[in-house]
Write a protein that binds this ligand. Structure first.
Ligand code: ADP
Length: 215
């Protein structure tokens, strides 16, 4: 069981807080808005109404003892940046911050945020892929050019071994895992034969991964 604090209980922050709590972790939820706090009372371990810009209030909550603090302040970019600086100065080991846009993300990286997440951007990319390609289940962007794609095996690969598929040799796409009948085959061997309804977890360049997407 880990101890988490979530600052800002908008759509993103409240979802993170509830999920962590439902997974059995200790969650302190903080928001300056009393209504947001009332809505969350039964969904987390502790709920506190406080302005996260008030350093003394954060200290009084013992914020530095939390293993991970998630800053989920949405629209107020200035507040998000100031709170992140304060948390790092207080010695919080892991500060995860939601960025509104690339510039916000860059600033957060410079001031020492340990992890920066872009929920809207990432979800937008996922939805776009699953709309265009009927077999894409998940898409994780690793860099602007590389991704991990989870796809239902396209017909042209069914019945072929990984070696015969030539995905790695010709397209530099690596199948990291195959999900089959509820099991997962991690790092499958080259002679593993792809079956119908297999789910392939592939890593590679975006342009090459597109070969696995079915319209
Ligand atoms: P989302 O897009 O995730 O819904 P919002 O911007 O709607 O994000 O929500 C951000 C939350 O952060 C709001 O509930 C707001 O009250 C809270 N918040 C904003 N500034 C502070 C602050 N200084 N201290 C504590 N909570 C804050």
């Amino acid at each position: 069981m880990k101890q988490f604090a979530v600052i800002g209980l908008g759509r993103f922050g409240s979802s993170v807080a509830k999920t962590l709590y439902n997974m059995g972790h200790d969650v302190l939820a903080i928001d300056s808005d009393e209504e947001r706090i009332e809505e969350m009372v039964d969904s987390v371990t502790h709920c506190v109404q406080a302005d996260a810009l008030d350093e003394d209030a954060l200290k009084a909550l013992g914020i530095r003892n939390f293993e991970v603090v998630i800053v989920a302040i949405g629209k107020d970019i200035q507040a998000s940046i100031l709170v992140t600086v304060m948390l790092k100065e207080m010695g919080v080991k892991c500060v995860v911050v939601k960025a509104q846009n690339d510039l916000h993300g860059k600033v957060l990286a410079k001031i020492g945020a340990d992890k920066i997440v872009y929920p809207e951007r990432d979800m937008g990319a996922k939805v776009a892929h699953s709309l265009v390609s009927s077999n894409v289940l998940d898409h994780i962007e690793l860099s602007p050019v590389h991704s991990i794609l989870e796809v239902v095996a396209p017909d042209f690969l069914v019945g072929k071994s990984l070696r015969q598929s030539e995905l790695r040799a010709r397209y530099e796409v690596t199948i990291m895992a195959i999900k089959r009948d509820g099991d997962i085959l991690v790092a499958p061997q080259p002679d593993e034969v792809i079956r119908e309804n297999d789910i392939l977890v592939a890593i590679g360049k975006n342009e090459k991964l597109r070969r696995l997407e079915r319209e």
